[in-house]
Design a protein around this ligand. Structure first.
Ligand SMILES: C[S@@+](CC[C@H](N)C(=O)[O-])C[C@H]1O[C@@H](n2cnc3c(N)ncnc32)[C@H](O)[C@@H]1O
Length: 308
């Protein structure tokens, strides 16, 4: 089976040879996936073969980016298990240390892109998103807050050919990586605009987006409620929001610490939103109740609508 997916396997082999710790984890995951997974992973790696994975040097850079990002996460996990608190509590410091550092942000975003093929929970959240957009009626005005690397933006723009997208990120490097990914996916640049800025403060006209996506960003800000409230104000009355976040998930730039999934649900309701669909994915095979006490991450994704 693996021989039928050469581009994906070449990338997996390179990641594993540069970081033997990853070999077992990745093989454990990919060997249990169905044909649809393999075809998708191969399709993405072939697409990246037009740019990021075109040359051997490019493939080594991408695999190293993924490995650096996983080592950053691992180091933070070890620190967090001892202290129980996130490294930072001020989003301004995350901006200075991470978002405004092109070298750090590039390996972080390229690595994160690849994690959607290699981390079980990231792949499940991407599947949740793809299933939702496949079953959705046409979307015309799309806002993505914090596209980071651009994979979700690329999937949405591929799914809805008539769509116009606004892509907003606080990091210039995230905008650069996203524009490179969209070019790689051969998406016409007339279909999207970028806004560079902090979503909490950047001036924006509102009320007419019919789909807003905000993956893995609430945990990066101090005012997570203000963030969701603003997204709610920018949404059409019958619009939908896709969001993901996480509990007990330390990283170099995570600020807002959700201790359990009910804290996430409470915030959603306080912001004037309701949950239409959700998925909570513990990072280890333990019941959700144990995750809070044992500081185990739960990845969370949901589709939201305005409360009547
Ligand atoms: C972990 S990445 C998420 C990328 C992608 N959405 C995903 O789900 O994988 C976090 C992104 O949030 C952006 N970000 C952090 N704080 C932000 C803010 N206040 N306004 C806009 N973007 C922000 C960062 O620059 C980065 O691109």
């Amino acid at each position: 089976m693996m021989n039928d997916y050469p581009e994906f396997m070449r990338m997996v082999e390179l990641v594993s040879s540069l970081n033997p710790l990853q070999r077992k984890r990745i093989n454990h995951f990919i060997s249990r996936q169905d044909q649809e997974y393999w075809e998708y992973a191969e399709d993405i790696c072939r697409t990246l073969g037009r740019s990021f994975l075109k040359t051997n040097a490019g493939r080594v850079t991408a695999a190293s980016a993924y490995n650096r990002m996983t080592l950053d996460f691992l180091a933070e996990q070890i620190r967090f298990k001892k202290t129980g608190v996130y490294l930072l509590n001020d989003a301004k410091v995350a901006r200075a240390n991470v978002y405004d550092q092109p070298e750090v942000m590039r390996y972080y975003m390229v690595g994160l892109f690849l994690s959607y093929l290699l981390w079980p929970n990231h792949f499940k959240m991407l599947q949740f998103f793809k299933t939702y957009i496949q079953g959705s009626p046409t979307v015309e005005r799309y806002l993505e807050i914090a596209p980071g690397h651009g994979l979700f933006a690329a999937e949405t723009l591929r799914r809805f050919p008539g769509l116009r997208a606004t892509l907003l990120d606080i990091s210039k490097t995230s905008i650069q990586v996203t524009s490179e990914i969209l070019a790689t996916f051969q998406i016409d640049s007339s279909r999207f605009d970028f806004i560079h800025g902090d979503f909490l403060t950047v001036p924006m006209e509102g009320g007419d987006f019919d789909f807003i996506s905000m993956g893995e960003v609430l945990e990066h800000v101090n005012d997570a409620l203000g963030f969701l409230e603003r997204a709610c104000r920018l949404l059409k009355d019958d619009g939908r929001i896709f969001m993901t976040t996480c509990t007990n998930s330390p990283a170099l730039d995570h600020i807002y610490h959700f201790h359990n999934t009910n804290e996430i649900r409470d915030l959603i309701h306080q912001a004037g939103l309701r949950i239409l669909r959700e998925k909570a994915l513990p990072a280890e095979a333990v019941p959700e109740e144990r995750c809070e006490a044992e500081l185990i991450t739960i990845n969370y994704c949901a589709i939201l609508a305005k409360r009547a």
